[in-house]
Design a binder for this molecule. Structure first.
Ligand SMILES: [Zn+2]
Length: 324
């Protein structure tokens, strides 16, 4: 009877698994702070994605660890770059899988910021002092290049996570001009400057070498500002909106749900996953139960899609008839 009157449901097809592509062959490098998460060479990434898809997971979100980093992150728009290679291999080997490509430069720049730097500080010389600043408009031009390259390699969805102003409109125009009008944009509309990203930065090797990202990510205290950020992205042509992290920002997710009809995504981030794993490892929490409870709470708040490192675990539990 509880099942008959249950208000919110979770299905494997709503889940998206983040994957990290690195150079080499046969590589599966464990990420210490996220048990079960690896940096994969393209061959192993394809195997992992195929297994996730077979378990019922509908989509993957791709991040890249390039061979070379530079000041502007040019490896991000190399047509033979690591994510571009992964996209082509997934397109060949795992038909039906939705391939979402992250759009940002923090994994590709040698300073770890999400764009081109200007300002008084030379990041190569921490002693120089001053504030590191990201050049918003110079970064937009590079995002356009990256988006067109990723769509050309077969990305089904482009997901800008950089938080530059005007990026959705710029990327939309660039995709349309490149004949990729059918590729939708999943905007990280409300991305908060969060301590919960810590483990991701180990996985993606993207921690800033100096400064932080508070200049372009949102203040965790600001719910109304989140609405303004989302409104701009909707105006500029976003097809889906995302809130990141998920659990600490369920109120923001619910507010977006009330205000817009677009599909919503939530990113259940690395720190949220790591907390569950670490506590379960100590015998303090039942991982399966708290994972499923977390995901259903994110759905209840209004998310259609959930990006989570627990996607395969959850899909398997659902296939096994998981019931609270
Ligand atoms: Zn970034």
């Amino acid at each position: 009877m509880r099942g008959m009157v249950r208000e919110t449901r979770l299905a494997a097809e709503q889940l998206v698994l983040p994957l990290f592509a690195c150079p080499g062959e046969g590589v599966a490098r464990a990420v210490g702070s996220m048990p079960g998460v690896y940096q994969h060479s393209v061959d192993r990434l394809v195997e992992t994605a195929a297994a996730a898809h077979a378990a019922g997971v509908r989509g993957v979100m791709l991040f890249g660890l390039p061979e070379h980093k530079d000041a502007v992150g040019s490896a991000a728009w190399d047509d033979d770059g690591i994510v571009q290679q992964a996209l082509r291999a997934l397109g060949r080997e795992v038909p039906g899988l939705v391939k979402i490509a992250d759009l940002c430069f923090c994994e590709y720049t040698n300073h770890g910021h999400c764009g081109v730097l200007t300002g008084p500080a030379n990041p190569a010389d921490p002693a120089a002092g001053g504030d590191v600043e990201v050049d918003n408009d110079a970064t937009l031009a590079n995002l356009e290049l990256q988006a067109v390259s990723l769509a050309g390699a077969g990305a089904d969805v482009i997901a800008p996570s950089d938080m530059m102003d005007g990026r959705i409109g710029a990327v939309r125009a660039a995709l349309d001009a490149a004949g990729k009008a059918a590729v939708p944009i999943l905007s990280y509309a409300c991305k908060f400057a969060s301590g919960f990203y810590g483990p991701f930065r180990e996985a993606a090797e993207s921690a800033p070498s100096s400064g932080d990202r508070r200049g372009y990510q949102m203040d965790p205290a600001n719910g109304r500002e989140a609405m303004r950020e989302a409104a701009l992205d909707v105006e500029e042509g976003a097809d889906l909106l995302m809130v990141k992290p998920a659990l600490p920002y369920l109120d923001v997710l619910a507010a977006l749900r009330r205000r817009w009809d677009l599909p919503l995504a939530a990113y259940h981030v690395s720190g949220e996953y790591a907390m569950l794993k670490a506590a379960a490892d100590r015998g303090w929490l039942d991982y399966d139960r708290v994972l499923m409870e977390s995901l259903i709470a994110i759905r209840r708040a209004g998310a259609d899609l959930i990006v989570t490192y627990g996607a395969v675990d959850a899909a398997r539990l659902l296939a096994g008839g998981w019931r609270e």
